[in-house]
Write a protein that binds this ligand. Structure first.
Ligand SMILES: [Ca+2]
Length: 109
């Protein structure tokens, strides 16, 4: 096995992050752990995007259905209290996602 050299400081820092146990060697287990961690982070971010899309689409559909004649006026009172909670909680999910994305993008997270 040949010794690898790193030309840039960023590459050296990245390699030092891969060396989890600090023995100055990057073995297969450390690379596999990094790969699994990246795959898990990617899956988690996909899940968050799906959740936000579901929230946005479901709130839009809820409001659209309320605007039609599908819901009789006498049933609207029953739906208004749970509907406002539904809309506000979903808007909270969307807002939290947007805020956390901006926070991470700005390099603070
Ligand atoms: Ca190591």
């Amino acid at each position: 096995m040949t010794q690898k050299t790193f030309k840039s400081k960023a590459a050296k820092e990245f390699a030092s992050q891969l060396d989890v146990n600090g023995d100055n060697e990057i073995d297969d287990l450390e690379i596999m752990e990094r790969k699994i961690r990246l795959e898990n982070d990617n899956a988690k971010q996909d899940q968050q995007r799906y959740m936000v899309w579901f929230s946005a689409v479901s709130v839009t559909a809820y409001i659209a259905v309320l605007m039609t004649d599908l819901v009789p006026l006498d049933r609207l009172d029953h739906l208004s209290s749970i509907g406002s909670t539904w809309v506000l909680s979903n808007m909270g999910i969307i807002g939290a996602f947007i805020a956390s994305s901006a926070f991470v993008r700005n390099g603070k997270g």
